[in-house]
Design a protein around this ligand. Structure first.
Ligand code: SAM
Ligand code: SF4
Length: 488
């Protein structure tokens, strides 16, 4: 921590100007606040027929225009909201069917030179217990995650600090992919490592691509310039709005196929932020022909020694949270949507019905918490407090009870179904059918290796229904599916 000061005075070295200015349009970014507010005002009282037209467009899996999203955000009639929720559920079914993807976060380090007012890891928080995992400790964490719990996907998370630079991030990812643990019927290993790390230069992003990362995620936190400035104090790297805003441009240029964007809801007006996500999506589509692979919408959670969280005037209620999730699903119909264990069980279940496609389980966010095996949350070791700490087994069982098939398939990025290619498959609804087959097979494998008896029993019932559906709907694929299934 001693070199914090020298590091922060060399911001120009960390942020090469050219990696920002090349994207600006006559010095301006693509978040035109006046335009966003104008659109929200102009579409203040949309008629029911206008809303129904927009819903129809979403059902044809097209990204909405800002005016259209503004209309949805302005609906007041509760019955019309019910139609919106229902349509959001239908859109999700077209694109993803009943599949759901699970993952676990792996926090590698809590050292951070930034000072984000809302985060327990901010540098001025002297009371938080900090730790950085060694490669051996990473290995131990992965042995639990992949060998005992049965995860196949991780999101690795880092603070921003010279001791956890891109080289450390690369080494941790390499280590994670190397771990193979003997299980009942084969080997447990992590097959896809998604990354949530600070923004980087194209050169560093190319280094990340080389180690085979999945999605690269950076949340803008807030698209509102002034709020951004207020919550990310001057002089810190994170205070540079544009460095963060254009991170996904750099990632796509560096050859990373899948990028994830997000907002930390509770910092500013939620309607404005949803418009920000849409503008970001449309900008990526315009510049690269591909939008975000995932969108995340964490809500501010209490964090150790972090009074800001209690003081914010923009907290999002459960009711508004549901609305914003439905509007994101309808505005960017093809995108993956991530709801995390920040949220309590009931909220997660409800949001999965109307649009979310990915969620974490058996979640621990204390550094080293999986292999330390402590079960209580320890606020002073965590970035924030979790709302749901159920095990993967419990979560998978509940999904199966409700008819959701947990997919442990990670074949997509191995056989080139990433970036533009996967977007086309998602938009045409082919991904929903195609992935069903792999989802069934990987679910079966997971049940055999990791499930409790009760989960296995419920999971097997679901598999029987799913196999029957494939037999009826894609009869040509059924014999092969059956042959593979019997081999397992
Ligand atoms: N340090 C990197 C960064 O800020 O980009 C990596 C990500 S940070 C560890 C992960 C995300 O957690 C942040 O982008 C932010 O949206 C979210 N976060 C921070 N404080 C939070 C809080 N109190 N409640 C909920 N989410 C929070
Ligand atoms: Fe550091 Fe990220 Fe927390 Fe900000 S949100 S203090 S950058 S870990």
């Amino acid at each position: 921590m001693e070199n914090l000061f020298t590091y922060s005075t060399e911001l120009s070295k960390v942020i090469p100007e050219e990696e920002i200015t090349r994207y600006l349009d006559r010095g301006k970014d693509f978040i035109n606040e006046q335009e966003i507010w104008d659109k929200l005002r102009k579409n203040a009282s949309p008629s029911s027929s206008r809303i129904r037209e927009i819903l129809k467009k979403s059902l044809s899996i097209q990204t909405l225009e800002p005016d259209e999203t503004a209309c949805l955000l302005n609906v007041e009639n509760e019955d019309l909201w019910e139609e919106i929720f229902e349509t959001a559920g239908k859109v999700k079914k077209i694109v993803y069917d009943n599949r759901i993807v699970t993952f676990a976060p792996l926090y590698c380090s809590s050292y951070c030179i930034n000072n984000c007012l809302y985060c327990a890891f901010r540098r001025e928080n002297n009371l938080v217990k900090r730790r950085k995992l060694s490669l051996e400790e990473i290995r131990e964490e992965v042995e639990v995650l992949a060998g005992e719990i049965g995860h196949k996907r991780l999101i690795v998370v880092y603070g921003e600090h010279p001791t956890t630079d891109v080289d450390y991030i690369r080494e941790t990812i390499r280590t994670i992919y190397e771990v193979k643990v003997k299980t009942k019927n084969g080997y447990g290993s992590i097959r896809r490592v998604n990354v949530n790390a600070p923004p980087m230069s194209r050169e560093d992003l190319r280094k990340l691509k080389d180690v085979g990362i999945g999605t690269f995620q950076v949340f803008q936190e807030t698209y509102h310039h002034e709020t951004y400035k207020r919550v990310h104090p001057e002089g810190t790297i994170k205070s540079d709005y544009h460095w963060r805003l254009y991170c996904m441009h750099r990632a796509l240029e560096a050859g990373i196929d899948d990028v994830g964007i997000g907002v930390l809801f509770g910092l500013y007006d939620w309607r404005f932020e949803v418009m920000g996500l849409l503008y970001h999506t449309r900008e990526l589509e315009k510049s690269f022909g591909v939008g975000p692979h995932t969108i995340s919408f964490p809500r501010l959670e209490p964090a150790f020694n972090t009074p800001f969280v209690q003081e914010t005037e923009y907290r999002v209620s459960d009711k508004d949270f549901k609305k914003l999730i439905a509007v994101i699903r309808l505005s960017v119909p093809y995108t993956g949507m991530i709801i995390t264990a920040r949220e309590p069980k009931e909220i997660r279940q409800e949001m999965i019905k109307i649009g979310c496609t990915q969620t974490d389980a058996s979640t621990k966010i204390g550094i080293g918490a999986y292999s330390d095996r402590y079960n209580e949350q320890e606020a002073e070791r965590q970035q924030f407090i979790l709302g749901d700490t159920r095990s993967l087994d419990e979560v998978v069982r509940e999904f199966a009870q409700e008819g959701y098939l947990t997919s442990f398939c990670t074949a997509g990025y191995r056989c080139g179904r990433t970036g533009k290619c996967i977007m086309e498959l998602l938009k045409s609804g082919k991904e929903a059918k195609f992935c069903k087959l792999n989802a069934i097979l990987t679910f079966r494998e997971w049940l055999d290796d990791f499930a409790s008896d009760r989960t296995k029993e419920i999971g097997e019932k679901l598999i029987t229904q799913e196999m029957e559906e494939v037999r009826r709907q894609i009869p040509t694929a059924y014999p092969k599916l059956l042959a593979y299934y019997q081999r397992i």
